[in-house]
Ligand binder design. Structure first.
Ligand code: NDP
Length: 437
C-alpha cells in the first residue's frame, strides 16, 4: 500500500489504492521517479489525487421505478491547467479506478505538452441495460451533481468507455441550461453541430496507428526486426469500440492484415485478414460482433495469444497480466486502452524483447484533439479536418520522439520513459508554482 509521508508520520492512502489500475499507476510512477531521481516531495504529491467527488445519481427508469447509481469525478493534478478526462459508464467503475485513470491523464497531458491537468469521471452502471432515455437522465443528473467542479476553465469532461458524443451533447446542454446560455467549452468530444471538432471521433484510434508506424520505423532504424505496416503485417485488436474500431479501419486502409478483432462477446478471426468495413457495418447494425459468421469465432484469450506482429489492446485495463502474459506472442504491443498491461506483465514482455507503446503515448490522440476542440471553441474559429489531422500527427510524432530519446538515454523501458517525459514537465511546473500556502 502506498502512503503519503507527512511531518507527523504517514497518512494511509487506503481510500485510493483498492484497484489494480491505481496500484499499477503508482508503481509505474515510482519506477519513473527512481530512474529520473525525482524529488521525493514531488513524487509523494503525485501519488494521490488533488480532489474527488462521489455523488448519488437517482433516475426514474422507463418502468417508473427510481434507481440510484454511484458517480465519481476525480481531479488528480491541475498544475498545468484545467482538468481533462473522460466519463466512463461501466458496471465495475469505482473511486480508485477513476483516481488511477485521472493520474494517467495528468501524465498524458503533460507528456504531449498540453496546458491541461488530469481528471476522470465515471458512473457504476452497466450501460447495455439502459434505454436511450435512461442514459440521458443519468448523464443530465450526473452533470448537475458534479456541476460545481466542472467548467471550461476548471475541468472539461469527454467520452470514455460506454459514453459517446451524444452523452457530451446532453452534458453540455445541462450545464448550459443551468447558466442560461450555451457553454460548449465545458466538454469535448461533442457532435460537430454544437461545437465539436472534425476528426475528434477518429483521433484516438488514428493516434494509436501513428504510434505503431513510428514504432516500426524506430525498431527498423535500430536494426531490430520490425514490421513494415503494409500487407505483410498482421494485427490483432482487442476491443472494437471507439478506439479499436478506428485503429482497425486505419490499419486495414494501410493494407495491413487485421486478422482478429473482438468485443465483450468474443472475437472474430481470419488468418488472411478480416474485411473490417464489413465487420464495422455489422456492429453498427447489431451493436455486437455476436452472430457475425463471415469469419471464425475465437475467444478474447485466444485473440491475445495470436502470433501477430502487432497486438493492440483497445478495450479495458488489466487484460494482459502475470497469468496470461506467457501466451502473448506479438512483437509490438500498442496500449490503445488505459492500463491494459499490468506492471508485472509489462516487465515480462520487455524481458523477452517485445516493444511496448505505453498508453499515455499510444492513446493520447484523443486528448490532443480534445484540446484542439477546446481551443477552437474558445476562439469560435474552426479548422478543417486536414488541419486537425496534420496538427495531431505533428504532436504525436514529437511526443513519440521525446519518449524514445528518454528510453535511449536512460536505457529504460518505454512505459518508464513515457512517465519520465510527463513527470519531468510537471516537476518543473510544480516547483515554479510552489506549495500553497
Ligand atoms: P468503447 O466503450 O467505445 O469500446 C470498448 C470496446 O471494448 C467495446 O468493443 C467493448 O465491447 C470492448 N470490451 C469491453 N470490455 C471488454 C472485455 N472485458 N473483453 C473484451 N472486450 C471488451 O470504449 P473506447 O473505445 O472509448 O475506450 C477503450 C479504451 O480506450 C478505454 O481504456 C479508454 O479509457 C481508452 N481511451 C479512450 C479514448 C477515447 O477517445 N474514446 C481516449 C483515450 C483512451 P462491447 O461493445 O461489447 O461492450
Amino acid at each position: 500500500m502506498s502512503s503519503v509521508t507527512t511531518g507527523k508520520g504517514s497518512l494511509s492512502s487506503h481510500l485510493w489504492d483498492t484497484s489494480d489500475l491505481y496500484r499499477n499507476a503508482v508503481m509505474q510512477l515510482s519506477e519513473a521517479a527512481s530512474v529520473m531521481k525525482l524529488d521525493p516531495n514531488i513524487a509523494e504529491r503525485l501519488k494521490v489525487p488533488k480532489r474527488a467527488l462521489i455523488v448519488s445519481v437517482p433516475i426514474r427508469c422507463d418502468d417508473g421505478t427510481i434507481r440510484v447509481f454511484e458517480g465519481y469525478r476525480v481531479q488528480h493534478n491541475m498544475t498545468l491547467g484545467p482538468g481533462k478526462g473522460g466519463i466512463r459508464f461501466h458496471h465495475e467503475v469505482n473511486l480508485s479506478e477513476v483516481a488511477g485513470l485521472a493520474m494517467l491523464m495528468t501524465f498524458k497531458c503533460s507528456l504531449v505538452g498540453l496546458p491541461l491537468g488530469g481528471a476522470k469521471g465515471g458512473i457504476r452502471v452497466d450501460p447495455s441495460q439502459l434505454s436511450r432515455q435512461e442514459h440521458q437522465a443519468l448523464m443530465r443528473r450526473y452533470t448537475t451533481e458534479i456541476n460545481m467542479i466542472i467548467g471550461p476553465d476548471k475541468d472539461i469532461p469527454a467520452p470514455d468507455v460506454g459514453t459517446d458524443s451524444q452523452h457530451m451533447a446532453w452534458m453540455m446542454d445541462t450545464y448550459s441550461q443551468e447558466r442560461g446560455f450555451a457553454i460548449p467549452g465545458v466538454v469535448t468530444g461533442k457532435p460537430v453541430e454544437i461545437g465539436g471538432s472534425l476528426g475528434r471521433n477518429e483521433s484516438t484510434g488514428r493516434g494509436v496507428v501513428y504510434t505503431i508506424q513510428h514504432a516500426a520505423k524506430y525498431l527498423a532504424a535500430k536494426g531490430k526486426p520490425a514490421p513494415k505496416i503494409d500487407s505483410s503485417t498482421t494485427v490483432a485488436i482487442h476491443g472494437f469500440g471507439k478506439v479499436g474500431a478506428v485503429a482497425a479501419l486505419e490499419l486495414y486502409q494501410l493494407g495491413c492484415k487485421v486478422v482478429a478483432v473482438s468485443d465483450v462477446s468474443g472475437g472474430i478471426y481470419n488468418k488472411n485478414g478480416l474485411n473490417i468495413p464489413h465487420a464495422l457495418e455489422y456492429i453498427n447494425r447489431n451493436r455486437t460482433l455476436e452472430g457475425y459468421n463471415e469469419a471464425e469465432r475465437i475467444s478474447n484469450e485466444e485473440l491475445l495469444a495470436l502470433q501477430v506482429d502487432v497486438l493492440a489492446p483497445c478495450a479495458i485495463d488489466g487484460v494482459i497480466t502475470e497469468k496470461n502474459v506467457h501466451t502473448v506472442k506479438a512483437q509490438i504491443l500498442a496500449e490503445g486502452a488505459n492500463g491494459p498491461i499490468t506492471t508485472e506483465a509489462l516487465k515480462a514482455l520487455e524481458d523477452r524483447g517485445a516493444f511496448i507503446i505505453p498508453d499515455v503515448l499510444c492513446n493520447a490522440g484523443g486528448v490532443i484533439v480534445s484540446y484542439f476542440e477546446w481551443v477552437q471553441g474558445l476562439q469560435n474559429f474552426f479548422w478543417s479536418e486536414r488541419e486537425v489531422n496534420a496538427k495531431l500527427a505533428e504532436v504525436m510524432e514529437n511526443a513519440f520522439k521525446k519518449v524514445v530519446d528518454i528510453r535511449d538515454s536512460y536505457n529504460c523501458g518505454m512505459k518508464t520513459a513515457a512517465l519520465i517525459a510527463g513527470v519531468d514537465r510537471l516537476d518543473k511546473a510544480m516547483r515554479l508554482r510552489g506549495l500553497f500556502p
